[in-house]
Design a protein around this ligand. Structure first.
Ligand code: AKG
Ligand code: FE2
Length: 299
């Protein structure tokens, strides 16, 4: 039996159609989602940083021939282009942002589940790197399958270099998002994501995947990933310790909110003058210069 493959769509596809494919297969490849300005910009901005960092110390998951970099909104302005991609955002909104009814007294109030940015990561897989163990990204929250009737994450992997079967193109098991928690993922069931620089893989938190093996002697696989997650789950990357206030203030408001400088239905408030204030309002104030004891005392 041959393994199923991932569908390949163009950026003109509608959000509805892309979501249908993702919920059917567990993921999809969007060919040519980002133009050469974005890809060359990412290479130029992130390349020197990656040159400076060590490969992972953890041989099994991070990979000791793989270099990783976070905090990408501070390292490349092109990160905003990725996060603001209307297709990617539209898909993430449609899958994640389903309202949930919560009683306030006798009234059931629909609360938007919301989405926020879980992590940003540039991943450069080097020659000789073995395959990463196949995993579900929603494992960080100990997510169960089936059980919650919703997905926790919509992830993107942008090909900054070409992705091939030989250089470590992301391994994916199509259809594995439908498996229960008793079935182990096997390497033979996974297929490598092969795509040109500028294309992207979009997949959901319950789909088994992992970085591929790089069997080349001289070719690096350069990918950029970020995840939109349900806004009420803890983020993987700690944004508050990563970015300075100045860096946050330069970002579009949507991204500020999605890096958790916001408060939604009682999650994320900060006390100012006895009130549960919205962090986004703090960002706009001249008298707010540092976190912690730099908080204003009047609303
Ligand atoms: O590098 C890749 O292709 C996938 C990486 C991944 O799945 C992870 O680090 O969680
Ligand atoms: Fe992963």
């Amino acid at each position: 039996m041959t393994n199923p493959t991932l569908a390949r769509l163009t950026p003109e596809v509608s959000v509805d159609e892309a979501v249908d494919v993702i919920m059917r297969d567990g993921g999809v490849i969007i060919e040519g989602l980002f133009d050469s300005t974005t890809i060359e910009g990412l290479q130029k901005d992130l390349g020197p940083w990656l040159d400076e960092v060590d490969a992972g110390y953890d041989e099994v998951f991070a990979g000791n021939r793989t270099k990783r970099l976070g905090g990408l909104f501070a390292k490349s302005e092109h990160m905003v282009t990725v996060a603001m991609s209307p297709l990617y955002r539209g898909i993430a909104d449609q899958i994640l942002n389903k309202p949930i009814d919560v009683f306030f007294g006798e009234q059931a109030v629909p609360n938007p589940a919301g989405k926020h940015i879980g992590a940003t990561m540039a991943i450069k897989i080097g020659p000789g790197q073995g395959a990463q163990p196949l995993h579900r990204d929603d494992g960080v929250w100990l997510w169960r399958h089936p059980g919650y009737g919703r997905e926790a994450r919509v992830q993107i992997m942008v090909a900054v270099s070409d992705f091939t079967a030989e250089n470590g193109g992301t391994l994916v098991i199509p259809g594995s998002h439908l498996w229960d928690d008793h079935r182990a993922p096997r390497r033979e069931e996974a297929i490598p994501t092969e795509m040109k620089a500028g294309s992207a893989l979009i997949w959901i938190g319950s789909t088994y995947h992992g970085g591929g093996e790089n069997t080349t002697t001289d070719s690096y696989r350069f990918g950029l990933s970020m995840g939109y997650d349900l806004a009420f789950l803890r983020t993987e990357e700690n944004h508050f310790l990563t970015y300075t206030l100045d860096q946050i203030r330069k970002l579009p408001e949507e991204i500020q909110r999605e890096l958790d400088w916001s408060s939604e239905h009682y999650l994320g408030w900060v006390e100012v003058a006895g009130q549960m204030a919205d962090p986004l309002d703090l960002l706009k104030r001249d008298d707010y210069a540092t976190t912690g004891d730099g908080l204003p005392t009047t609303l």
